[in-house]
Ligand binder design. Sequence first.
Ligand SMILES: [Zn+2]
Ligand SMILES: [Zn+2]
Length: 228
Amino acid sequence: MFKYETHMHTSECSLCASSTPEEMVRKYKAENYDGVFVTDHFFNGNCFVPQDLPWTERVERYCLAYEKAKAEGNKIGLDVFFGIEYGNGAADFLTYGVDKQWLLENEKIMRMDIPDYIEYVKSCSGMVIHAHPFREAWYIDRLRLFPFQIDGIEAVNASHGDKRFNERAMLYAQMYDLPVTAGSDAHSTTDKWYGGGIVTEEKITCPQDYIRIVKERKIAALLDREDR
Ligand SMILES: [Zn+2]
Ligand SMILES: [Zn+2]
């Protein structure tokens, strides 16, 4: 069995995170994960990258977090994959199967409505998962759901202290027969580190492996904060 993180942040890119890509990768290795997806807040979220840079520089700067994590992962033996947490008015969308080249060519994603964004990513062989759709927090003033477009639901977000947020997400996924995932949403190796993620029977060697496992509903276990 293999253990993966699908949702985490680094201080290289996320304003709300406090551990470097290298520190995060070493923490996941120490916690016996086989791999992680780095999913920092994109430019439309709580992102560290200055908004006034040219698009190419912004993308280069954003991808540094993943590149640093990947280099450290290669050194210590942890698989590191690229993802983004695309934000839109306090709704967040974990996006997999896209890469730096795709971002460089697609500045237009900043101007898309959420349904159009999801359909566009899908048309580019990517996958969009609605992160913590029922979280309640000071920065969220409404819930917006996209059951007709979304590829899947983050039914377990291990950072939630209130169990109802995940219970509602699972019910939502069941109501619309959508695939489910789990992630920690970790922002540091210490105070905000809760564990979480998924267990698979199959080794994930690239984002497309993960996309297939989600769509075929082959995730063996969703891990919550007490499952460390
Ligand atoms: Zn954050
Ligand atoms: Zn997040």
